[in-house]
Design a protein around this ligand. Sequence first.
Ligand SMILES: Nc1ncnc2c1ncn2[C@@H]1O[C@H](COP(=O)(O)OP(=O)(O)OP(=O)(O)O)[C@@H](O)[C@H]1O
Ligand SMILES: [Mg+2]
Length: 502
Amino acid sequence: MPVVGFGCPLLAKSLRCNCTNCEKSGFECETDGACMASTSFIQGREQHIRICITSDHLVPPGQPFYCRSAEGLLNTHCCYTDYCNSVDLKVPSRESSPGRRGHGGGWDPGWVGSGGPWGPVELVAVIAGPVFLLCMLLMVGVFLFQHHQRAYSHRQRLEVEDPSCEHLYLAKDKTLQDLLYDMSTSGSGSGLPLFVQRTVARTIVLQEIIGKGRFGEVWRGKWRGGDVAVKIFSSREERSWFREAEIYQTIMLRHENILGFIAADNKDNGTWTQLWLVSDYHEHGSLFDYLNHYSVTIEGMIKLALSAASGLAHLHMEILGTQGKPGIAHRDLKSKNILVKKNGMCAIADLGLAVRHESITDTIDIAPNQRVGTKRYMAPEVLDETINMKHFDSFKCADIYALGLVYWEIARRANTGGIHEEYQLPYFDLVPSDPSIEEMRKVVCDQRLRPNVPNWWQSYESLRVMGKIMRECWYSNGAARLTALRIKKTLSQLSVEEDIKM
Ligand SMILES: Nc1ncnc2c1ncn2[C@@H]1O[C@H](COP(=O)(O)OP(=O)(O)OP(=O)(O)O)[C@@H](O)[C@H]1O
Ligand SMILES: [Mg+2]
């Protein structure tokens, strides 16, 4: 072991080091070079040396010879701060793996202590640090996820089970009729509270599918022993679901001739959202289904026609005041969108395409697109796109045209003296089964054709009145058509004359 600058003189140099051989100077030395520590294992003997190295012996620069280690024999560490060579170096062994170069430039297979990079502690820190950080991030992630889940289910529970007045609404013995009665007397006028809607919807047991439309399926369901209809929209149709629920919850819309809305619910099952619209169930199904199955008496015809006019008049009517309602146009009136109740009256359904009139600003509540609805029932001004969409009454006039077509479907099925016609859709003899707009436009606008009103209807007062109403619903000029209220009055009068109890 070379002893370079080794000795005891306390030189007037700046760096102080531990010195194993400097008994006289209290095992300390001073140098202008480096402090050095080395541990050797030679011929079975361990030897620890700490000394000063003078600057002129620190050659070659950067990797001084005296600071080098020798694998398996010698661990050497040079350093440049006071007493920095107090470190305990590992005893070299043949098996020890090569380490990194110490900052003294020697081959440093690993020393224990402070002052050098990439020692075992540092190595552990370098490896364990990121692992620890990763674990922490993972734990924080898991915690946040669990927290979110807990908050979500709590929120869901709150929405379903709270507010605390729920038990008042949903006491076990209450039927739907009771609920809806409570609602009508509580004065909101726009439907059940949302949490009640949700609870009702989530406790319905679906029984059988009863129909399929453009936006989804319709099911019969059971709630507390009573039947309900559930229209299930696909998640793609969320906008239609939302719009229909919104329209049904228009303040003061409820009417005996408008389908009774019960609840809307969007149930997220984790993968997709189920969109439900719950309403009264009518076992006869749509007017289209009904007329296909049954012919009707004169009384039955008037009942159907008058109730449909009452429903449409209520829909169209604007009621002013705090408990008022806006005027609403249906825009998809047809026999499939009118249901037949047990008492032989109609209930207008499918309000998903409806528009509401905001009379203060004289605007329509959504940007109406030109041609929605069912092509067969489109008014001439809708088919040729001349409808004035800025004017809300235009939409009401288009509804009246469609009502006239529905009346024609009903009147054909009226049983007079044992005669009645088979069920047919309007224009069945003039257009194919799924007509295009162009095909409808040619017939309705260009040729100005309308469904046939047979002459023999003139022989029966009620059929004569019905025929007259139809013609006045079908004018090419929308503004010339009857209003729903006018039709309602005419048919009311007819029902009195015919001694019909409504
Ligand atoms: N509340 C209800 N009670 C009983 N049956 C119903 C009810 N609502 C709908 N239905 C039945 O389900 C069918 C499908 O209704 P839906 O409104 O989805 O489609 P549609 O009216 O036939 O066609 P579109 O998609 O053009 O409106 C109806 O034709 C009717 O027979
Ligand atoms: Mg429908």
